[in-house]
Design a binder for this molecule. Structure first.
Ligand code: ZN
Ligand code: ZN
Length: 192
Protein backbone atom coordinates (compact mmCIF):
# COMPACT_ATOMS: atom_id res chain seq x y z
CA UNK A 1 0.00 0.00 0.00
CA UNK A 2 1.10 3.57 -0.61
CA UNK A 3 1.54 5.98 2.27
CA UNK A 4 -1.18 8.37 3.42
CA UNK A 5 0.77 11.27 1.90
CA UNK A 6 1.08 9.50 -1.45
CA UNK A 7 -2.64 8.68 -1.56
CA UNK A 8 -3.53 12.26 -0.62
CA UNK A 9 -1.39 13.53 -3.46
CA UNK A 10 -3.15 11.17 -5.91
CA UNK A 11 -6.56 12.02 -4.44
CA UNK A 12 -5.92 15.72 -4.97
CA UNK A 13 -5.19 15.07 -8.64
CA UNK A 14 -8.13 12.80 -9.39
CA UNK A 15 -10.72 14.57 -7.22
CA UNK A 16 -9.59 18.06 -8.24
CA UNK A 17 -8.90 19.45 -4.78
CA UNK A 18 -7.84 18.38 -1.34
CA UNK A 19 -10.56 18.45 1.30
CA UNK A 20 -11.46 16.88 4.63
CA UNK A 21 -13.57 14.31 2.79
CA UNK A 22 -10.55 13.14 0.81
CA UNK A 23 -8.46 12.70 3.92
CA UNK A 24 -11.24 10.81 5.69
CA UNK A 25 -11.91 8.65 2.63
CA UNK A 26 -8.26 7.72 2.17
CA UNK A 27 -7.97 6.79 5.86
CA UNK A 28 -11.23 4.81 5.72
CA UNK A 29 -10.17 2.76 2.72
CA UNK A 30 -6.62 2.22 3.99
CA UNK A 31 -8.12 0.76 7.17
CA UNK A 32 -10.40 -1.48 5.12
CA UNK A 33 -7.46 -2.75 3.05
CA UNK A 34 -5.38 -3.43 6.15
CA UNK A 35 -8.23 -5.32 7.81
CA UNK A 36 -8.65 -7.55 4.75
CA UNK A 37 -4.90 -8.01 4.41
CA UNK A 38 -4.84 -6.56 0.91
CA UNK A 39 -1.50 -4.86 0.55
CA UNK A 40 -1.69 -3.83 -3.08
CA UNK A 41 -5.24 -3.10 -4.29
CA UNK A 42 -3.94 -2.40 -7.80
CA UNK A 43 -2.12 -5.73 -8.20
CA UNK A 44 -5.02 -7.56 -6.55
CA UNK A 45 -7.79 -5.69 -8.31
CA UNK A 46 -9.84 -8.77 -9.14
CA UNK A 47 -10.12 -9.60 -5.48
CA UNK A 48 -12.13 -6.63 -4.29
CA UNK A 49 -15.64 -5.21 -4.56
CA UNK A 50 -16.45 -2.03 -2.64
CA UNK A 51 -19.89 -0.79 -1.61
CA UNK A 52 -20.09 2.93 -0.88
CA UNK A 53 -23.03 4.45 0.97
CA UNK A 54 -22.70 8.08 -0.10
CA UNK A 55 -21.87 10.05 -3.25
CA UNK A 56 -19.62 12.75 -1.94
CA UNK A 57 -15.95 13.81 -1.72
CA UNK A 58 -15.16 10.86 0.51
CA UNK A 59 -16.40 8.44 -2.17
CA UNK A 60 -13.74 9.45 -4.70
CA UNK A 61 -11.00 8.83 -2.16
CA UNK A 62 -12.38 5.42 -1.18
CA UNK A 63 -12.61 4.38 -4.84
CA UNK A 64 -9.06 5.57 -5.46
CA UNK A 65 -7.43 3.69 -2.60
CA UNK A 66 -9.47 0.51 -3.06
CA UNK A 67 -8.91 0.81 -6.80
CA UNK A 68 -12.60 0.11 -7.43
CA UNK A 69 -14.42 1.81 -10.27
CA UNK A 70 -18.04 1.90 -11.35
CA UNK A 71 -16.98 1.12 -14.91
CA UNK A 72 -15.23 -2.03 -13.74
CA UNK A 73 -18.31 -3.07 -11.77
CA UNK A 74 -16.13 -3.19 -8.66
CA UNK A 75 -17.76 -0.14 -7.10
CA UNK A 76 -21.34 -0.44 -5.91
CA UNK A 77 -23.39 2.55 -4.78
CA UNK A 78 -26.04 2.29 -2.11
CA UNK A 79 -27.66 5.70 -1.73
CA UNK A 80 -27.95 5.78 2.05
CA UNK A 81 -26.31 9.14 2.74
CA UNK A 82 -23.84 7.60 5.19
CA UNK A 83 -20.09 8.05 5.32
CA UNK A 84 -19.36 4.34 5.19
CA UNK A 85 -18.01 1.69 2.86
CA UNK A 86 -17.91 -2.10 2.83
CA UNK A 87 -14.94 -3.88 1.31
CA UNK A 88 -15.60 -7.40 0.09
CA UNK A 89 -12.70 -9.77 -0.45
CA UNK A 90 -13.91 -12.13 -3.18
CA UNK A 91 -10.98 -14.47 -2.58
CA UNK A 92 -11.74 -15.21 1.07
CA UNK A 93 -15.40 -14.16 1.28
CA UNK A 94 -14.57 -11.85 4.15
CA UNK A 95 -16.09 -8.36 4.23
CA UNK A 96 -15.51 -5.41 6.49
CA UNK A 97 -17.69 -2.32 6.82
CA UNK A 98 -15.99 0.86 7.96
CA UNK A 99 -18.14 3.82 9.01
CA UNK A 100 -17.04 7.28 10.10
CA UNK A 101 -17.98 7.89 13.72
CA UNK A 102 -20.39 10.70 14.42
CA UNK A 103 -17.93 11.88 17.06
CA UNK A 104 -15.05 12.24 14.57
CA UNK A 105 -15.99 15.84 13.72
CA UNK A 106 -15.98 16.83 17.36
CA UNK A 107 -12.65 15.06 17.88
CA UNK A 108 -11.19 17.09 15.00
CA UNK A 109 -12.48 20.34 16.48
CA UNK A 110 -10.96 19.52 19.85
CA UNK A 111 -7.61 18.66 18.29
CA UNK A 112 -7.26 21.94 16.44
CA UNK A 113 -9.66 24.43 18.07
CA UNK A 114 -7.61 27.37 16.81
CA UNK A 115 -7.89 26.40 13.14
CA UNK A 116 -10.67 27.17 10.70
CA UNK A 117 -13.02 24.17 10.45
CA UNK A 118 -12.01 22.70 7.07
CA UNK A 119 -8.27 23.09 7.70
CA UNK A 120 -8.61 21.65 11.19
CA UNK A 121 -10.54 18.65 9.90
CA UNK A 122 -8.02 17.97 7.15
CA UNK A 123 -5.15 17.91 9.62
CA UNK A 124 -7.00 16.03 12.34
CA UNK A 125 -8.33 13.34 9.99
CA UNK A 126 -4.75 12.71 8.89
CA UNK A 127 -3.54 12.25 12.45
CA UNK A 128 -6.29 10.89 14.69
CA UNK A 129 -6.15 7.14 15.40
CA UNK A 130 -8.44 4.81 13.44
CA UNK A 131 -10.44 4.01 16.61
CA UNK A 132 -11.32 7.69 17.03
CA UNK A 133 -12.41 8.13 13.45
CA UNK A 134 -14.06 4.85 12.53
CA UNK A 135 -16.35 2.06 13.56
CA UNK A 136 -15.47 -1.34 12.14
CA UNK A 137 -17.80 -4.32 11.64
CA UNK A 138 -17.17 -7.70 10.05
CA UNK A 139 -20.14 -8.43 7.80
CA UNK A 140 -21.32 -10.92 5.24
CA UNK A 141 -22.19 -9.68 1.76
CA UNK A 142 -23.77 -11.88 -0.83
CA UNK A 143 -22.49 -10.62 -4.16
CA UNK A 144 -24.75 -12.20 -6.77
CA UNK A 145 -23.06 -13.71 -9.83
CA UNK A 146 -24.62 -11.05 -12.08
CA UNK A 147 -23.15 -8.33 -9.86
CA UNK A 148 -19.60 -9.62 -10.12
CA UNK A 149 -17.07 -7.90 -12.34
CA UNK A 150 -16.69 -9.90 -15.54
CA UNK A 151 -20.17 -11.46 -15.45
CA UNK A 152 -21.23 -12.64 -18.88
CA UNK A 153 -24.88 -13.27 -19.51
CA UNK A 154 -27.47 -12.86 -22.22
CA UNK A 155 -28.74 -9.41 -23.01
CA UNK A 156 -32.51 -9.27 -23.37
CA UNK A 157 -34.67 -6.69 -25.10
CA UNK A 158 -37.43 -4.82 -23.29
CA UNK A 159 -40.83 -5.85 -24.70
CA UNK A 160 -42.01 -2.25 -24.55
CA UNK A 161 -39.17 0.12 -25.52
CA UNK A 162 -36.92 -2.40 -27.25
CA UNK A 163 -33.76 -1.30 -25.47
CA UNK A 164 -31.28 -3.97 -24.45
CA UNK A 165 -30.94 -4.91 -20.78
CA UNK A 166 -27.80 -6.45 -19.28
CA UNK A 167 -26.96 -8.19 -16.02
CA UNK A 168 -30.43 -9.64 -15.35
CA UNK A 169 -31.85 -6.21 -14.59
CA UNK A 170 -35.07 -6.97 -16.46
CA UNK A 171 -38.35 -7.48 -14.61
CA UNK A 172 -41.30 -9.65 -15.54
CA UNK A 173 -44.60 -7.82 -15.31
CA UNK A 174 -47.89 -9.37 -16.39
CA UNK A 175 -45.91 -11.97 -18.30
CA UNK A 176 -43.84 -9.38 -20.23
CA UNK A 177 -40.10 -8.85 -19.96
CA UNK A 178 -39.56 -5.16 -19.25
CA UNK A 179 -36.75 -2.77 -18.41
CA UNK A 180 -37.07 -1.06 -15.06
CA UNK A 181 -38.16 2.18 -16.67
CA UNK A 182 -41.04 0.62 -18.58
CA UNK A 183 -41.94 -1.33 -15.45
CA UNK A 184 -42.50 1.99 -13.70
CA UNK A 185 -39.20 2.81 -11.94
CA UNK A 186 -38.79 6.10 -13.78
CA UNK A 187 -36.37 8.82 -12.78
CA UNK A 188 -37.17 10.93 -15.86
CA UNK A 189 -40.13 12.13 -17.89
CA UNK A 190 -39.87 12.36 -21.65
CA UNK A 191 -40.18 15.87 -23.05
CA UNK A 192 -40.76 16.75 -26.67
ZN1 ZN B 1 -13.80 17.39 -2.00
ZN1 ZN C 1 -38.26 -0.56 -21.69
Amino acid sequence: MKTLAEYLELATQTHGHICAGQVLGVRLAMLGMRELGIDDPVAERKRLVTYVEIDRCVTDAVALVANCRLGKRALKFRDWGKVAATFVDLKTGRAVRIAAKESSKQAAREMFPELEKETGQQRAYAQLPDETLFEKQWVRVEVLPEDLPGFKGPRVACAQCGEGINFKREVIKDGRTLCRCCAGEKYYETVS
